[in-house]
Design a protein around this ligand. Structure first.
Ligand SMILES: Nc1nc2c(c(=O)[nH]1)N[C@H]1C(S)=C(S)[C@@H](COP(=O)(O)OP(=O)(O)OC[C@H]3O[C@@H](n4cnc5c(=O)[nH]c(N)nc54)[C@H](O)[C@@H]3O)O[C@H]1N2
Ligand SMILES: Nc1nc2c(c(=O)[nH]1)N[C@H]1C(S)=C(S)[C@@H](COP(=O)(O)OP(=O)(O)OC[C@H]3O[C@@H](n4cnc5c(=O)[nH]c(N)nc54)[C@H](O)[C@@H]3O)O[C@H]1N2
Ligand code: SF4
Ligand SMILES: [Mo]
Length: 678
């Protein structure tokens, strides 16, 4: 059997694995890399099965073009011409910004770079975004403001050096299993755990303190923790004086945030908040780990600001073993952000409003670039619904199942003049497309992914794409040619990375050749630079870190008589997002084959709902049928649903309410009802 070393295509942990191919070049299995510093010989169930969907018979193998209302096979030439004509036609009538481009955190850095280059250089618009908008957009805004960089401050290995770990709104044993396991190892060695999550997640069982606060109440909780720290003089005065600004305003704002006041908002006893504050502030090395429970709120940025302030107040940033650590979700969501698949920045967070940056790219690409920042994906969906955006190009995303309020998304996409989807499988979104382009998956191409700790790693080809499918990067370059642009001719992904490095200080020293076995952490400004595992040592990226006081505000939708339950949505260990890959992986799908909703047994008995019975969950947006899973993981009054199932789509229920700054939707709270299905 042939072994090809590559990077796992599922989560941002970025485990290294071998793809095993037989004599016929077919993928037959995976194996962990024993020497890799992140996974050290382990994989989770998804990594062990990462080969399984690649050969699935449902793979898209030929371009499809809609004729007389039906998607029919077409030649590449015809499909590419149809894409260029469809977008150009919309732009000719309605302007360049009537087209929207969605990039993919499942695709490589090189492919994300090519997509945003296609949008900007060939189609003249900054309307480019990707699923980070639904995920860590709040982090990118909040941490960039506080520290000057919106990425994880520390590394996975830093977990080993922490003696207190605060995990909030993150379920790492299921969502980042190799990181979750490392946290458990640290706990076994004596690190003390604080979990703040309304659900009793697996880590909570090992936590010294498990705070089960009301969803959407994080600002109140963290403000009160900071209030206690200041009241008891537990703050790091030296660090505050030397490395931060804004202390005065923060102190003033926190004066009223007594734990008693927070208790009323969070439902958590004041004594528990005090205990958590003392434990955190008393640590030598305290690390904060967070994810979607913090970011996916209409006050997601404020949640992030509060956590950044907590770390700064106690001097827990800019050292190994500490830091503010947003666990990034998709395998390459960090990279897709770094590559400028965002409406306001080019690669490496160089603003489109910065004339010097724009001129640098214009010179390299040989075209003028658009100056005004583009639309976010969530704004573009609203614009499609109201008719001001007319064409979408979607690379490796499935918004019909992953965006909030499915009825709204269907209305929006249905309203378009032209929709292109480039995917590896047929999805709920390809069903609506005018043109479908079949792509090669991670196992079928070369390139790089950047993991959650900013480690840029190799992706290596182990098999050929099925049928006529082609790697995403090849398709994007062919599209540029079809559109008459000559500046996207490359001999391979390596040459694309060389162009990225030449335009991007953060990636300046990165080349495929250098990445070798374990990759490099950015910032890596030049070829001699060893990479930067821990950020903000000595000084913050922005100089002094900024403390920004925040006030708690309730979520967009609160419970009432008709919708008395609070519904929160998220994930499970075996499935991946919209299920396109894991539901085609037998060993994973058989674990959780049907849509379900977690419900507390007390609520169930009050409503006459038996275990595993079908129920109807409803919100102001819609109603969904699912199986009742009776469990004390949720508190009474709380429902939890994963969004992995097309036939029981959680996003038919969620609310399309956005954070005003990050434009991230409030996936984590809405009001719902539940009853027995007839
Ligand atoms: N198996 C699997 N792994 C995945 C994914 C997957 O689909 N499947 N997706 C990947 C991606 S893209 C991402 S972004 C990550 C997401 O990883 P996580 O953020 O860890 O996953 P979620 O289930 O979305 O939410 C995490 C926790 O937030 C809690 N929570 C809900 N509301 C609140 C709140 O108001 N405050 C607080 N403090 N907590 C709250 C929930 O109870 C839940 O336990 O996972 C990645 N890993
Ligand atoms: N209710 C609710 N909704 C949520 C969330 C939540 O917590 N609750 N979380 C949000 C978050 S954090 C995220 S990140 C989003 C994820 O939202 P999406 O990114 O839309 O979800 P995925 O299912 O990962 O979609 C990726 C698509 O890319 C395809 N694909 C895989 N590999 C390749 C490739 O190499 N090339 C191409 N062209 N395509 C490929 C897959 O088949 C799939 O259709 O969902 C968001 N939606
Ligand atoms: S933890 Fe994430 S990267 Fe590692 S094997 Fe599991 S899904 Fe893949
Ligand atoms: Mo995500």
């Amino acid at each position: 059997m042939k072994k090809t070393l590559t990077t796992c295509p599922y989560c941002g942990t970025g485990c290294a694995l071998y793809l095993l191919t037989d004599d016929n070049g077919r993928l037959v299995g995976t194996e962990p890399s024993a020497a890799h510093p992140v996974n050290r010989g382990s994989l989770c169930a998804k990594g062990w099965n990462a080969h399984a969907f690649v050969n699935h018979p449902d793979r898209l193998t030929t371009p499809l073009v809609r004729r007389n209302g039906r998607l029919e096979p077409a030649s590449w030439e015809e499909a590419l011409a149809a894409v260029v004509e469809g977008i150009r036609k919309v732009q000719a009538t309605h302007g360049c910004d009537a087209a929207m481009f969605l990039s993919s955190a499942k695709a490589t850095n090189e492919e994300n770079y090519l997509l945003m280059k296609l949008a900007r250089a060939v189609f003249g618009t900054n309307n480019v975004d990707h699923c980070a908008r639904l995920c860590h957009a709040s982090t990118v805004v909040g941490l960039a403001e506080a520290f000057g960089s919106g990425a994880m401050t520390n590394t996975v290995a830093c977990i080993d050096a922490a003696d207190v770990i605060l995990v909030t709104g993150s379920n790492p044993t299921e969502q980042h299993p190799i990181i979750g396991a490392r946290i458990l190892e640290a706990q076994r060695r004596g690190a003390r755990l604080i979990v703040a999550d309304s659900r009793r997640i697996r880590l909570a069982r090992f936590a010294e303190i498990h705070i089960r606060h009301r969803n959407g109440a994080d600002v109140a909780l963290v403000n009160a923790m900071m209030h206690v720290i200041l009241r008891e003089g537990l703050e790091d005065k030296e660090f505050l004086a030397a490395r931060t600004e804004g202390e005065g305003a923060l102190r003033e704002a926190l004066a009223d945030w007594t734990p008693e006041r927070a208790a009323a908002v969070t439902g958590v006893p004041a004594s528990e908040i005090e205990a958590a504050a003392r434990l955190f502030a008393g640590a030598k090395n305290a690390m904060i780990v967070y994810a979607m429970g913090i970011t996916q709120h209409t006050r997601g940025v404020d949640n992030v600001r509060a956590l950044a302030s907590l770390a700064l107040l106690t001097g827990q940033v800019g050292r190994p073993g500490a830091g503010v650590n947003p666990l990034r979700g998709q395998n390459n969501v960090q990279g897709a952000c770094d590559m400028g698949a965002l409406p306001n920045v080019l690669t490496g967070y160089q603003s489109v409003a910065d004339q010097a940056a724009r001129e640098k790219f214009a010179a390299a690409w040989g075209v003028e670039l658009p100056k005004t920042k583009g639309l976010t994906s969530t704004e573009a969906m609203n614009a499609a619904a109201d008719g001001s955006v007319k064409a979408f190009f979607i690379l490796g995303e499935n918004p019909v199942l992953s965006d909030p309020d499915q009825a709204h998304v269907r209305r929006a996409l249905g309203n378009l003049d032209f929709l292109v989807v480039q995917d590896i499988f047929p999805t709920a979104t390809t069903e609506l497309a005018d043109v479908v382009l079949p792509a090669g998956c991670y196992a079928e191409k070369e390139g790089t992914f950047t993991n959650t700790e900013r480690r840029v790693q190799r992706v290596t080809k182990a098999a050929e794409p099925p049928g006529e499918a082609r790697a995403d990067g090849e398709i994007l370059c062919a599209l540029a040619e079809a559109a008459g642009y000559k500046g996207m001719r490359y001999r391979g992904a390596e040459e694309v990375m060389a162009e990225i490095a030449s335009l991007t200080p953060l990636y300046g020293g990165i080349s495929h050749e250098r990445l070798d076995y374990t990759g490099l952490h950015w910032p890596c400004p030049d070829e001699a630079h060893p990479g930067t595992p821990v950020l903000h040592l000595g000084t913050f990226t922005r100089g002094r870190a900024r403390l920004t006081p925040v006030e708690w505000r309730p979520p967009a939708e609160e419970t009432d008589e008709d919708y008395p339950f609070l519904l929160t949505t998220g994930r499970t260990a075996v499935h991946w997002h919209t299920g396109t890959m894991t539901r085609r992986t037998h060993l994973l799908d058989r674990e959780e084959p049907v849509p379900f909703v977690e419900l507390h047994p007390e609520d169930a008995s009050r409503l006459g709902i038996a275990a595993r019975q079908d129920v109807l969950v409803a919100t102001r947006r819609g109603e969904v049928r699912a199986r009742a899973l009776l469990t004390e993981t949720v508190r009474p009054g709380l429902l939890f649903m994963p969004f992995h199932f097309a036939e029981g789509a959680a996003n038919a229920l969620t609310v399309n309410a956005l954070d005003p700054e990050a434009k991230i939707p409030e996936f984590k709270v809405c009001a719902a009802s539940i009853r027995r299905a007839p």
